[in-house]
Design a protein. Structure first.
Length: 102
């Protein structure tokens, strides 16, 4: 099963510009369904950004998303640092543009 990791902009852009929670209920019902199926997840950094606005989006997320929807990244950051260090050590093999994009 493919799992998609959603960033803050997925929620914020949808809520503010394209699919307001009070208008596009079908969209938000699909988000709920996919989150309950484990097809979409997010990370704790996104939760922190979404949960500092005291708005309808924050309220919807708190009431609807599963408790384990936002994954803890503290253990992942060490692995990410090792990968980043490896990429930088291979700078002779990659173009600067590719490294910067990474």
């Amino acid at each position: 099963m493919v799992v998609y990791v959603l960033d803050s902009n997925f929620f914020i852009q949808a809520h503010r510009f394209h699919y307001p929670i009070d208008v596009a209920t079908g969209f938000w019902n699909k988000v709920l369904q996919l989150s309950e199926q484990g097809r979409i997840i997010s990370i704790d950094k996104v939760k922190k950004e979404l949960y500092d606005k005291n708005d309808a989006l924050e309220d919807w997320c708190k009431k609807n998303l599963p408790e384990d929807f936002f994954k803890d990244t503290s253990t992942i950051m060490n692995a990410y640092a090792r990968v980043t260090t490896w990429v930088m050590s291979r700078s002779g093999h990659y173009l600067p543009k590719a490294i910067n994009e990474f």
